[in-house]
Design a protein around this ligand. Structure first.
Ligand code: TRP
Length: 371
């Protein structure tokens, strides 16, 4: 866990980020917006500031321009049901896949087992039925795609994870992660192997790798970048690039998490359940109707507005329209919620049909660990 003033980045716990801009000055993450001149069709999540930061992503854009080999690698810890916060990362992956970029997805089953103490059978089921099936239903294509369980990788990947342990000290681990257990050390070494293995001859030869993640994962990226430097001569590894997104706020204003079912809408929630969760969500509304008419609402603090921003309103005009109607006090929360629920249900109903079919296909896409 990393503390720095009001910023706490804990990849295994609660990350507190009062002000995302602080990550620029404290950790050297660069503002994503500096890249706009180089990006032809930015994703809505980029335009809307959700994807707010990067490290070396300009190099990825340049490599793409030069038509050099680039892969996206990211990973998921299969620890619970998939919610709208996860969907945001899936949407990014699909956007890059549609640009023709190769996609490599790590199922972090070693991490889930070691750190979250998940039962093996259960985490395998969640990986297939929740993560992979939802990704397919959201539009992930099977071409240019490799999905693997960490525990099912082959020798060169494991050789990497073991070799990495030689060039890092306990002091470095605790400088980045604070007090750290053997389980977490294992998770970190495997995550570095996830990110760097695609550069090896054994996995198709050198390619640029970038990693889209939530800001809480930045400690792992700093660690991996250092390791890459130390193995540049011996193995030809290079620093990975990364992009960072903000987290959605939980429906109750706290952390959005699979372990707190009322904080998140799951993509597999029955329609009535999802509707009732959204109707109960915390908004940026005022204490009374009179006040709201007079002062206007605060969309910046509203989890319903977040649903529009991240998911429900692809057209910028529609988003701005709602934003200003709320700010001017013309649109009250009750009416607004009804509208959001209607849009969400329409989307979820379609999605859940696709999800049923995708469940059968998920297990054909990945080799399943024997235990
Ligand atoms: N640690 C990530 C999480 O908690 C999962 C993960 C494993 C990952 N390997 C990765 C993320 C490689 C990005 C790249 O969700």
């Amino acid at each position: 866990m990393e503390r720095n003033g009001e910023i706490k980045l804990d990849p295994w716990g609660y990350s507190q980020i009062a002000d995302y801009d602080k990550l620029f000055s404290l950790f050297g993450i660069r503002p994503f917006r500096e890249l706009f001149p180089k990006i032809k069709n930015p994703h809505n999540l980029m335009k809307r500031g959700v994807i707010f930061g990067h490290r070396d992503f300009d190099q990825i854009l340049d490599a793409l321009e030069r038509k050099e080999k680039v892969a996206l690698l990211t990973g998921f810890m299969p620890s619970g049901k998939l919610h709208f916060g996860h969907k945001m990362l899936m949407d990014q992956i699909i956007y890059y896949q549609n640009m023709g970029i190769d996609i490599i997805l790590a199922i972090a089953d070693i991490e889930a087992y070691a750190v979250r103490r998940m039962e093996r059978k259960e985490l395998i089921r969640i990986a297939l039925e929740e993560y992979i099936a939802n990704a397919l239903a959201l539009g992930l294509q099977k071409k240019n795609l490799r999905i693997y369980f960490q525990s099912n990788m082959d020798a060169p990947y494991y050789r990497l994870a073991s070799m990495f342990s030689q060039k890092v000290t306990a002091a470095e681990f605790s400088a980045i992660y604070g007090e750290i257990t053997p389980a977490k050390v294992t998770a970190v070494l495997h995550q570095a192997a996830d990110i760097l293995h695609p550069m090896l001859e054994e996995y198709g030869g050198y390619k640029y790798v970038f990693v889209p993640v939530g800001a809480d994962q930045d400690p792992h990226l700093r660690f991996t970048r250092d390791i890459a430097d130390r193995f540049s001569g011996e193995l030809g590894l290079r620093r990975p690039a990364s992009t960072y997104h903000r987290f959605m706020t939980g429906l109750d204003g706290g952390k959005m998490s699979s372990s707190r079912p009322d904080s998140a809408i799951f993509l597999s929630d029955p329609l009535e359940v999802s509707a009732s969760k959204l109707m109960k969500a915390l908004t940026g509304g005022r204490a009374t109707v009179e006040e709201q008419r007079r002062l206007g609402g605060e969309p910046e603090k509203c989890s319903v507005y977040e649903m529009y921003l991240y998911h429900l309103l692809p057209r910028d005009e529609d988003l701005l329209d709602i934003y200003w109607k709320c700010r001017r006090g013309e649109l009250l929360c009750g009416e607004d919620k009804k509208m959001a629920v209607e849009k969400m249900l329409k989307w979820l109903e379609e999605h859940q049909k696709k999800l049923e079919q995708a469940k059968n296909e998920a297990e054909k896409l990945v080799e399943i660990p024997s235990f």
